[in-house]
Design a protein around this ligand. Structure first.
Ligand SMILES: Cc1ncc(COP(=O)(O)O)c(C=O)c1O
Length: 470
Protein backbone atom coordinates (compact mmCIF):
# COMPACT_ATOMS: atom_id res chain seq x y z
CA UNK A 1 0.00 0.00 0.00
CA UNK A 2 1.43 3.34 -1.01
CA UNK A 3 1.43 6.08 1.60
CA UNK A 4 -0.43 9.28 0.97
CA UNK A 5 1.55 11.84 -0.95
CA UNK A 6 1.70 15.45 0.03
CA UNK A 7 0.72 18.15 -2.40
CA UNK A 8 3.49 20.63 -2.91
CA UNK A 9 2.60 23.27 -0.37
CA UNK A 10 2.78 26.00 -2.99
CA UNK A 11 -0.25 24.54 -4.73
CA UNK A 12 -2.49 24.82 -1.72
CA UNK A 13 -5.01 27.61 -1.47
CA UNK A 14 -4.20 30.74 0.47
CA UNK A 15 -0.72 29.66 1.30
CA UNK A 16 -1.84 27.07 3.86
CA UNK A 17 0.96 24.61 4.00
CA UNK A 18 -0.44 21.84 6.17
CA UNK A 19 -1.41 19.13 3.74
CA UNK A 20 -3.68 17.08 5.93
CA UNK A 21 -6.83 18.58 7.39
CA UNK A 22 -9.98 17.24 8.85
CA UNK A 23 -13.01 19.48 8.75
CA UNK A 24 -16.22 19.27 10.69
CA UNK A 25 -18.33 20.78 7.94
CA UNK A 26 -18.18 22.50 4.61
CA UNK A 27 -18.66 25.81 6.39
CA UNK A 28 -15.45 25.09 8.18
CA UNK A 29 -13.68 24.47 4.89
CA UNK A 30 -14.74 27.94 3.74
CA UNK A 31 -13.85 29.52 7.03
CA UNK A 32 -10.42 27.97 7.35
CA UNK A 33 -9.23 27.89 3.77
CA UNK A 34 -11.10 30.84 2.29
CA UNK A 35 -10.57 29.08 -1.01
CA UNK A 36 -10.21 31.15 -4.12
CA UNK A 37 -10.47 28.04 -6.31
CA UNK A 38 -13.18 25.35 -6.21
CA UNK A 39 -12.72 22.65 -3.57
CA UNK A 40 -14.13 19.16 -3.90
CA UNK A 41 -15.47 18.29 -0.46
CA UNK A 42 -15.88 14.56 -0.01
CA UNK A 43 -17.95 12.67 2.52
CA UNK A 44 -16.35 9.27 3.10
CA UNK A 45 -19.32 7.88 4.95
CA UNK A 46 -21.52 8.48 1.92
CA UNK A 47 -19.15 6.55 -0.38
CA UNK A 48 -18.79 3.76 2.09
CA UNK A 49 -22.47 3.32 2.80
CA UNK A 50 -23.33 3.21 -0.92
CA UNK A 51 -20.55 0.73 -1.63
CA UNK A 52 -21.77 -1.44 1.24
CA UNK A 53 -25.30 -1.22 -0.11
CA UNK A 54 -24.25 -2.39 -3.56
CA UNK A 55 -22.21 -5.24 -2.12
CA UNK A 56 -25.14 -6.27 0.04
CA UNK A 57 -27.89 -5.96 -2.57
CA UNK A 58 -26.30 -7.02 -5.83
CA UNK A 59 -26.34 -10.78 -6.39
CA UNK A 60 -22.85 -10.91 -7.87
CA UNK A 61 -19.65 -8.96 -8.38
CA UNK A 62 -19.62 -5.17 -7.99
CA UNK A 63 -17.10 -3.35 -10.18
CA UNK A 64 -16.65 0.36 -9.47
CA UNK A 65 -16.61 2.41 -12.70
CA UNK A 66 -13.47 4.44 -12.07
CA UNK A 67 -14.23 7.11 -14.69
CA UNK A 68 -17.01 8.46 -12.54
CA UNK A 69 -14.66 9.74 -9.86
CA UNK A 70 -11.08 8.49 -10.00
CA UNK A 71 -9.99 10.55 -6.97
CA UNK A 72 -7.47 8.78 -4.83
CA UNK A 73 -9.58 9.14 -1.71
CA UNK A 74 -12.74 7.89 -3.41
CA UNK A 75 -10.85 4.82 -4.54
CA UNK A 76 -9.46 4.26 -1.07
CA UNK A 77 -12.89 4.43 0.52
CA UNK A 78 -14.23 1.95 -2.01
CA UNK A 79 -11.39 -0.38 -1.28
CA UNK A 80 -11.78 0.03 2.46
CA UNK A 81 -15.40 -1.04 2.11
CA UNK A 82 -14.48 -4.21 0.27
CA UNK A 83 -14.60 -3.22 -3.41
CA UNK A 84 -11.81 -5.10 -5.18
CA UNK A 85 -13.02 -4.97 -8.80
CA UNK A 86 -12.64 -1.88 -10.93
CA UNK A 87 -14.01 -1.13 -14.39
CA UNK A 88 -11.35 0.92 -16.15
CA UNK A 89 -11.76 2.80 -19.41
CA UNK A 90 -8.09 3.47 -20.10
CA UNK A 91 -4.61 2.38 -19.27
CA UNK A 92 -4.20 5.49 -17.16
CA UNK A 93 -7.14 4.48 -14.96
CA UNK A 94 -5.73 0.97 -14.73
CA UNK A 95 -2.37 2.34 -13.57
CA UNK A 96 -4.02 4.66 -11.08
CA UNK A 97 -5.91 1.83 -9.41
CA UNK A 98 -2.97 -0.57 -9.48
CA UNK A 99 -0.66 2.02 -7.95
CA UNK A 100 -2.98 2.15 -4.95
CA UNK A 101 -4.05 -1.47 -4.58
CA UNK A 102 -1.80 -4.25 -5.75
CA UNK A 103 -4.55 -6.85 -5.41
CA UNK A 104 -7.20 -4.88 -7.34
CA UNK A 105 -8.89 -6.80 -10.15
CA UNK A 106 -9.13 -4.68 -13.27
CA UNK A 107 -11.60 -5.05 -16.12
CA UNK A 108 -11.04 -3.08 -19.32
CA UNK A 109 -14.66 -2.45 -20.31
CA UNK A 110 -14.15 0.18 -23.02
CA UNK A 111 -15.24 -1.43 -26.29
CA UNK A 112 -12.65 0.43 -28.41
CA UNK A 113 -9.04 0.40 -27.28
CA UNK A 114 -5.77 1.35 -28.88
CA UNK A 115 -3.44 -1.51 -29.76
CA UNK A 116 -0.84 -0.17 -27.33
CA UNK A 117 -3.41 -0.11 -24.52
CA UNK A 118 -4.40 -3.71 -25.19
CA UNK A 119 -0.79 -4.81 -25.22
CA UNK A 120 0.15 -2.98 -22.03
CA UNK A 121 -3.07 -3.91 -20.24
CA UNK A 122 -2.44 -7.57 -21.01
CA UNK A 123 1.12 -7.21 -19.70
CA UNK A 124 -0.33 -5.67 -16.53
CA UNK A 125 -2.39 -8.80 -16.03
CA UNK A 126 -5.74 -7.60 -17.35
CA UNK A 127 -7.67 -10.40 -19.03
CA UNK A 128 -11.21 -8.98 -19.26
CA UNK A 129 -11.93 -6.84 -22.29
CA UNK A 130 -15.19 -5.65 -23.80
CA UNK A 131 -15.80 -5.21 -27.52
CA UNK A 132 -18.61 -4.64 -29.98
CA UNK A 133 -16.97 -5.48 -33.31
CA UNK A 134 -15.08 -8.28 -35.04
CA UNK A 135 -12.23 -5.82 -35.74
CA UNK A 136 -11.73 -5.34 -32.00
CA UNK A 137 -11.54 -9.13 -31.49
CA UNK A 138 -8.83 -9.21 -34.16
CA UNK A 139 -6.91 -6.44 -32.41
CA UNK A 140 -7.20 -8.23 -29.09
CA UNK A 141 -5.94 -11.49 -30.58
CA UNK A 142 -3.07 -9.85 -32.43
CA UNK A 143 -1.88 -7.68 -29.57
CA UNK A 144 -1.98 -10.54 -27.05
CA UNK A 145 -0.39 -12.99 -29.50
CA UNK A 146 -3.57 -15.05 -29.51
CA UNK A 147 -3.53 -15.49 -25.77
CA UNK A 148 -5.59 -18.42 -24.56
CA UNK A 149 -6.61 -16.84 -21.29
CA UNK A 150 -8.72 -13.90 -22.48
CA UNK A 151 -12.19 -13.24 -21.12
CA UNK A 152 -14.16 -11.36 -23.75
CA UNK A 153 -17.36 -9.41 -23.19
CA UNK A 154 -19.70 -8.58 -26.04
CA UNK A 155 -21.19 -5.14 -25.53
CA UNK A 156 -24.77 -5.37 -26.66
CA UNK A 157 -26.74 -2.37 -27.93
CA UNK A 158 -29.74 -1.69 -25.70
CA UNK A 159 -32.30 1.09 -25.44
CA UNK A 160 -31.24 4.15 -23.49
CA UNK A 161 -34.52 6.00 -23.35
CA UNK A 162 -35.17 5.37 -19.65
CA UNK A 163 -31.99 7.19 -18.74
CA UNK A 164 -31.38 10.87 -18.17
CA UNK A 165 -28.12 10.42 -20.06
CA UNK A 166 -28.56 8.11 -23.04
CA UNK A 167 -25.40 6.17 -23.90
CA UNK A 168 -26.85 4.06 -26.71
CA UNK A 169 -25.49 6.13 -29.60
CA UNK A 170 -21.84 5.21 -29.45
CA UNK A 171 -21.25 1.60 -28.47
CA UNK A 172 -23.08 -1.68 -28.65
CA UNK A 173 -23.51 -4.41 -31.25
CA UNK A 174 -26.95 -4.97 -32.72
CA UNK A 175 -28.37 -8.35 -31.61
CA UNK A 176 -27.60 -10.14 -34.91
CA UNK A 177 -23.98 -8.92 -34.81
CA UNK A 178 -23.76 -9.80 -31.12
CA UNK A 179 -24.75 -13.40 -31.96
CA UNK A 180 -21.81 -13.68 -34.39
CA UNK A 181 -19.42 -11.98 -31.99
CA UNK A 182 -20.42 -14.27 -29.15
CA UNK A 183 -19.78 -17.36 -31.28
CA UNK A 184 -16.46 -15.93 -32.42
CA UNK A 185 -15.44 -15.04 -28.86
CA UNK A 186 -16.41 -18.49 -27.60
CA UNK A 187 -13.85 -20.02 -29.96
CA UNK A 188 -10.94 -17.83 -28.88
CA UNK A 189 -11.61 -16.88 -25.26
CA UNK A 190 -11.45 -18.88 -22.09
CA UNK A 191 -14.62 -17.15 -20.85
CA UNK A 192 -17.29 -15.08 -22.56
CA UNK A 193 -19.73 -12.54 -21.26
CA UNK A 194 -22.42 -10.18 -22.44
CA UNK A 195 -22.43 -6.62 -21.14
CA UNK A 196 -24.52 -3.53 -21.83
CA UNK A 197 -25.24 -0.06 -20.50
CA UNK A 198 -28.85 1.11 -20.15
CA UNK A 199 -27.73 4.76 -19.99
CA UNK A 200 -26.62 6.80 -17.02
CA UNK A 201 -29.14 7.84 -14.36
CA UNK A 202 -31.61 5.22 -15.51
CA UNK A 203 -34.96 5.95 -13.93
CA UNK A 204 -36.80 2.72 -14.65
CA UNK A 205 -35.87 -0.80 -13.47
CA UNK A 206 -37.75 -2.17 -16.49
CA UNK A 207 -34.85 -0.95 -18.67
CA UNK A 208 -32.65 -3.65 -17.07
CA UNK A 209 -35.38 -6.24 -17.55
CA UNK A 210 -35.59 -5.42 -21.25
CA UNK A 211 -31.81 -5.35 -21.72
CA UNK A 212 -31.34 -8.69 -19.95
CA UNK A 213 -34.14 -10.16 -22.07
CA UNK A 214 -32.28 -9.04 -25.18
CA UNK A 215 -29.05 -10.57 -23.87
CA UNK A 216 -30.87 -13.84 -23.29
CA UNK A 217 -32.18 -13.82 -26.87
CA UNK A 218 -28.65 -13.29 -28.17
CA UNK A 219 -27.19 -16.11 -26.05
CA UNK A 220 -30.01 -18.45 -27.06
CA UNK A 221 -29.65 -17.69 -30.78
CA UNK A 222 -25.89 -18.06 -30.60
CA UNK A 223 -26.26 -21.35 -28.69
CA UNK A 224 -23.39 -20.19 -26.53
CA UNK A 225 -23.11 -20.73 -22.80
CA UNK A 226 -22.43 -17.33 -21.29
CA UNK A 227 -20.08 -17.26 -18.29
CA UNK A 228 -20.83 -13.71 -17.14
CA UNK A 229 -23.75 -11.35 -17.55
CA UNK A 230 -22.59 -7.82 -16.82
CA UNK A 231 -25.53 -5.41 -16.40
CA UNK A 232 -23.24 -2.36 -16.49
CA UNK A 233 -23.81 0.94 -14.73
CA UNK A 234 -26.74 3.29 -15.01
CA UNK A 235 -28.04 3.03 -11.45
CA UNK A 236 -29.51 6.38 -10.46
CA UNK A 237 -28.82 8.96 -7.77
CA UNK A 238 -31.32 11.46 -6.39
CA UNK A 239 -31.06 14.92 -7.95
CA UNK A 240 -33.48 17.83 -7.81
CA UNK A 241 -36.41 16.96 -10.09
CA UNK A 242 -35.11 13.40 -10.50
CA UNK A 243 -36.34 11.01 -7.85
CA UNK A 244 -35.84 7.46 -9.05
CA UNK A 245 -37.32 4.28 -7.53
CA UNK A 246 -35.17 2.81 -4.74
CA UNK A 247 -32.07 0.82 -5.59
CA UNK A 248 -33.78 -2.30 -4.26
CA UNK A 249 -36.31 -2.24 -7.09
CA UNK A 250 -33.50 -2.19 -9.67
CA UNK A 251 -31.88 -5.13 -7.94
CA UNK A 252 -35.15 -7.05 -7.84
CA UNK A 253 -35.71 -6.49 -11.54
CA UNK A 254 -32.18 -7.64 -12.35
CA UNK A 255 -32.40 -10.75 -10.16
CA UNK A 256 -35.66 -11.78 -11.69
CA UNK A 257 -34.70 -11.18 -15.31
CA UNK A 258 -31.23 -12.71 -14.95
CA UNK A 259 -32.43 -15.94 -13.36
CA UNK A 260 -32.19 -17.95 -16.64
CA UNK A 261 -28.50 -16.92 -16.90
CA UNK A 262 -27.87 -17.86 -13.27
CA UNK A 263 -29.61 -21.20 -13.80
CA UNK A 264 -27.12 -21.92 -16.56
CA UNK A 265 -24.24 -21.18 -14.21
CA UNK A 266 -23.49 -17.59 -15.26
CA UNK A 267 -22.05 -15.05 -12.84
CA UNK A 268 -23.65 -11.61 -12.53
CA UNK A 269 -21.61 -8.42 -12.54
CA UNK A 270 -22.50 -4.73 -12.36
CA UNK A 271 -20.41 -1.59 -12.94
CA UNK A 272 -21.97 1.26 -10.96
CA UNK A 273 -20.41 4.70 -11.08
CA UNK A 274 -22.88 7.51 -10.47
CA UNK A 275 -25.01 5.81 -7.83
CA UNK A 276 -21.92 4.90 -5.82
CA UNK A 277 -20.47 8.38 -5.48
CA UNK A 278 -22.88 11.11 -6.59
CA UNK A 279 -23.90 11.98 -3.05
CA UNK A 280 -20.38 11.62 -1.75
CA UNK A 281 -19.03 15.03 -2.77
CA UNK A 282 -20.00 18.67 -3.06
CA UNK A 283 -18.10 21.43 -4.77
CA UNK A 284 -17.43 24.53 -2.72
CA UNK A 285 -17.32 27.43 -5.17
CA UNK A 286 -16.97 31.17 -4.74
CA UNK A 287 -18.90 34.07 -6.23
CA UNK A 288 -16.58 36.44 -8.06
CA UNK A 289 -19.23 38.86 -9.29
CA UNK A 290 -22.96 39.37 -9.26
CA UNK A 291 -24.89 40.98 -12.11
CA UNK A 292 -28.55 41.02 -11.22
CA UNK A 293 -29.61 37.40 -10.96
CA UNK A 294 -26.42 36.17 -12.61
CA UNK A 295 -23.68 34.87 -10.38
CA UNK A 296 -20.19 34.60 -11.86
CA UNK A 297 -18.60 31.75 -9.96
CA UNK A 298 -15.15 30.13 -10.06
CA UNK A 299 -16.33 26.76 -11.47
CA UNK A 300 -18.29 25.98 -14.60
CA UNK A 301 -19.04 23.91 -17.68
CA UNK A 302 -15.34 23.39 -18.38
CA UNK A 303 -14.77 22.55 -14.73
CA UNK A 304 -16.83 20.37 -12.42
CA UNK A 305 -20.19 21.60 -13.64
CA UNK A 306 -20.38 20.05 -17.09
CA UNK A 307 -23.71 18.40 -16.34
CA UNK A 308 -25.15 21.67 -15.04
CA UNK A 309 -23.99 23.52 -18.16
CA UNK A 310 -24.15 21.12 -21.10
CA UNK A 311 -27.09 19.04 -19.84
CA UNK A 312 -28.88 21.77 -17.91
CA UNK A 313 -29.08 19.60 -14.80
CA UNK A 314 -30.02 21.32 -11.59
CA UNK A 315 -27.97 20.56 -8.52
CA UNK A 316 -28.81 21.33 -4.90
CA UNK A 317 -27.16 24.53 -3.68
CA UNK A 318 -26.58 26.19 -0.34
CA UNK A 319 -25.03 29.53 0.55
CA UNK A 320 -21.90 29.29 2.70
CA UNK A 321 -21.12 32.60 4.37
CA UNK A 322 -18.81 32.36 7.35
CA UNK A 323 -19.72 35.07 9.84
CA UNK A 324 -16.35 35.62 11.40
CA UNK A 325 -12.91 34.18 11.48
CA UNK A 326 -13.36 32.25 14.71
CA UNK A 327 -10.99 31.80 17.61
CA UNK A 328 -7.47 32.73 16.65
CA UNK A 329 -8.58 33.64 13.15
CA UNK A 330 -8.63 37.36 12.56
CA UNK A 331 -9.73 37.20 8.94
CA UNK A 332 -12.61 39.54 8.13
CA UNK A 333 -14.95 38.02 5.59
CA UNK A 334 -16.27 40.24 2.83
CA UNK A 335 -19.87 39.61 3.77
CA UNK A 336 -20.43 39.77 7.48
CA UNK A 337 -24.22 39.94 7.66
CA UNK A 338 -26.36 36.84 8.02
CA UNK A 339 -27.85 35.91 4.65
CA UNK A 340 -31.34 37.14 3.86
CA UNK A 341 -34.14 34.69 4.53
CA UNK A 342 -35.82 35.38 1.22
CA UNK A 343 -34.57 33.14 -1.59
CA UNK A 344 -34.61 33.84 -5.31
CA UNK A 345 -33.50 31.92 -8.44
CA UNK A 346 -30.07 32.59 -9.95
CA UNK A 347 -28.15 31.51 -13.03
CA UNK A 348 -24.47 30.63 -12.77
CA UNK A 349 -21.72 31.76 -15.12
CA UNK A 350 -18.38 29.92 -15.06
CA UNK A 351 -14.88 31.42 -14.94
CA UNK A 352 -13.85 31.02 -18.60
CA UNK A 353 -14.46 33.53 -21.37
CA UNK A 354 -16.54 31.04 -23.34
CA UNK A 355 -20.18 31.73 -24.04
CA UNK A 356 -21.17 28.14 -23.29
CA UNK A 357 -19.78 28.43 -19.80
CA UNK A 358 -23.11 29.10 -18.14
CA UNK A 359 -25.56 27.06 -16.12
CA UNK A 360 -29.18 28.00 -16.28
CA UNK A 361 -30.29 26.23 -13.11
CA UNK A 362 -32.30 27.88 -11.67
CA UNK A 363 -30.29 27.76 -8.46
CA UNK A 364 -32.29 29.10 -5.55
CA UNK A 365 -30.23 31.04 -3.01
CA UNK A 366 -30.67 33.88 -0.52
CA UNK A 367 -31.64 37.11 -2.25
CA UNK A 368 -28.53 38.94 -1.05
CA UNK A 369 -26.02 36.37 -2.39
CA UNK A 370 -23.04 38.42 -3.52
CA UNK A 371 -19.37 38.58 -4.41
CA UNK A 372 -17.22 36.90 -1.78
CA UNK A 373 -19.86 34.35 -0.78
CA UNK A 374 -19.22 30.66 -1.19
CA UNK A 375 -21.81 28.21 -2.47
CA UNK A 376 -21.95 24.50 -1.79
CA UNK A 377 -23.13 22.68 -4.91
CA UNK A 378 -24.17 19.20 -3.90
CA UNK A 379 -24.43 15.81 -5.62
CA UNK A 380 -21.20 16.34 -7.55
CA UNK A 381 -19.34 13.21 -6.51
CA UNK A 382 -20.11 11.66 -9.90
CA UNK A 383 -18.86 13.19 -13.15
CA UNK A 384 -17.93 16.38 -11.29
CA UNK A 385 -14.27 17.15 -10.72
CA UNK A 386 -13.24 14.40 -13.13
CA UNK A 387 -14.72 16.39 -16.04
CA UNK A 388 -12.46 19.38 -15.43
CA UNK A 389 -10.39 20.80 -18.26
CA UNK A 390 -7.63 23.40 -18.02
CA UNK A 391 -9.44 25.73 -20.40
CA UNK A 392 -8.50 29.39 -19.86
CA UNK A 393 -6.07 28.22 -17.19
CA UNK A 394 -8.77 27.25 -14.69
CA UNK A 395 -8.31 23.98 -12.87
CA UNK A 396 -8.45 22.92 -9.24
CA UNK A 397 -7.35 19.74 -7.56
CA UNK A 398 -8.17 20.69 -4.01
CA UNK A 399 -9.99 18.09 -2.02
CA UNK A 400 -11.24 18.49 1.53
CA UNK A 401 -12.57 15.55 3.46
CA UNK A 402 -15.49 16.07 5.79
CA UNK A 403 -15.45 13.12 8.10
CA UNK A 404 -17.39 12.02 11.17
CA UNK A 405 -15.67 12.17 14.50
CA UNK A 406 -16.74 8.59 15.05
CA UNK A 407 -14.56 7.22 12.26
CA UNK A 408 -11.34 6.37 14.06
CA UNK A 409 -9.19 5.80 11.03
CA UNK A 410 -9.97 9.28 9.83
CA UNK A 411 -8.42 10.71 12.90
CA UNK A 412 -5.47 8.44 12.73
CA UNK A 413 -4.53 10.23 9.57
CA UNK A 414 -3.87 13.34 11.55
CA UNK A 415 -1.18 11.60 13.42
CA UNK A 416 -0.25 12.87 16.77
CA UNK A 417 2.57 10.35 16.97
CA UNK A 418 5.08 11.13 14.24
CA UNK A 419 6.52 7.64 14.64
CA UNK A 420 3.36 5.99 13.32
CA UNK A 421 4.19 4.21 10.06
CA UNK A 422 2.75 5.98 7.08
CA UNK A 423 0.83 2.95 5.91
CA UNK A 424 -1.27 3.19 9.02
CA UNK A 425 -2.62 6.45 7.80
CA UNK A 426 -4.35 4.63 5.01
CA UNK A 427 -8.09 4.11 5.51
CA UNK A 428 -7.95 0.67 3.99
CA UNK A 429 -5.34 -0.37 6.52
CA UNK A 430 -7.16 1.40 9.28
CA UNK A 431 -10.31 -0.51 8.63
CA UNK A 432 -8.58 -3.68 9.60
CA UNK A 433 -7.23 -2.08 12.75
CA UNK A 434 -9.08 -2.03 16.08
CA UNK A 435 -11.86 0.52 16.21
CA UNK A 436 -12.28 2.96 19.00
CA UNK A 437 -9.06 4.87 18.68
CA UNK A 438 -10.84 8.18 18.53
CA UNK A 439 -8.35 10.93 18.35
CA UNK A 440 -8.72 14.36 19.79
CA UNK A 441 -10.27 17.09 17.73
CA UNK A 442 -8.36 18.47 15.04
CA UNK A 443 -5.22 20.00 13.92
CA UNK A 444 -6.84 22.66 11.81
CA UNK A 445 -4.90 25.84 11.72
CA UNK A 446 -1.60 24.24 12.63
CA UNK A 447 1.57 25.06 10.88
CA UNK A 448 3.26 22.64 8.53
CA UNK A 449 2.88 19.09 9.76
CA UNK A 450 4.78 15.88 9.30
CA UNK A 451 1.84 14.11 7.73
CA UNK A 452 1.53 13.30 4.13
CA UNK A 453 -1.67 13.44 2.18
CA UNK A 454 -2.58 14.29 -1.31
CA UNK A 455 -5.55 16.18 -0.05
CA UNK A 456 -6.80 18.55 2.55
CA UNK A 457 -8.83 16.62 5.06
CA UNK A 458 -11.38 17.39 7.64
CA UNK A 459 -13.34 15.92 10.49
CA UNK A 460 -16.99 16.53 10.96
CA UNK A 461 -20.47 15.23 11.30
CA UNK A 462 -19.90 13.06 8.27
CA UNK A 463 -22.58 14.53 6.13
CA UNK A 464 -22.99 17.50 4.02
CA UNK A 465 -25.02 20.12 5.81
CA UNK A 466 -28.55 20.04 4.45
CA UNK A 467 -28.67 21.42 0.97
CA UNK A 468 -31.54 23.48 -0.25
CA UNK A 469 -32.74 21.10 -2.93
CA UNK A 470 -35.33 22.87 -4.96
C1 LIG B 1 -18.63 0.72 -19.58
C2 LIG B 1 -19.23 1.58 -18.49
N1 LIG B 1 -19.51 1.02 -17.31
C3 LIG B 1 -20.02 1.73 -16.29
C4 LIG B 1 -20.28 3.08 -16.42
C5 LIG B 1 -20.82 3.85 -15.25
O1 LIG B 1 -22.10 4.26 -15.49
P1 LIG B 1 -22.95 5.02 -14.40
O2 LIG B 1 -22.12 6.12 -13.89
O3 LIG B 1 -24.15 5.48 -15.13
O4 LIG B 1 -23.29 4.03 -13.32
C6 LIG B 1 -20.03 3.72 -17.65
C7 LIG B 1 -20.32 5.13 -17.85
O5 LIG B 1 -20.12 5.72 -18.86
C8 LIG B 1 -19.49 2.94 -18.72
O6 LIG B 1 -19.20 3.48 -19.91
Amino acid sequence: MEPYRALPSSTEPNGITTPDYLFRSIDEVAKRLKPETPVQCIFPEAVRSQARKFIELFPGKVLYAVKCNPGQDMLRHMYATGIRHFDVASLEEARQVKSLFKDAKLHFMHPVKSRESIRRAYRMGIRDFSLDSAAEIMKLMEETKSARDLRLFIRLAVAGNSAAYDLSGKFGAAPSTAVDLLRHARKVAVKVGICFHVGSQCMDPAAYTAAIGRALDVATKAKVKVDVLDVGGGFPAIYPNMTPPPLESFMDAIKQAAQPFVDQGAELWCEPGRAMVAAAASMLVRVNLRKGRRLYINDGTYGSLFDAGALGWRFPVRLVRPQKGGKGNTHKFANARPPSEKTVPFMFYGPTCDNLDKMKGPFVLPEDTQEGDWIEIGMLGAYGSTMQTRFNGFHSEFVATVWPEAAPFAFERVRKKPSLPLAEADPAVQQASPMGRVAAPQSIGRGPSEQTSQNLHASGDGRSPPLSAK
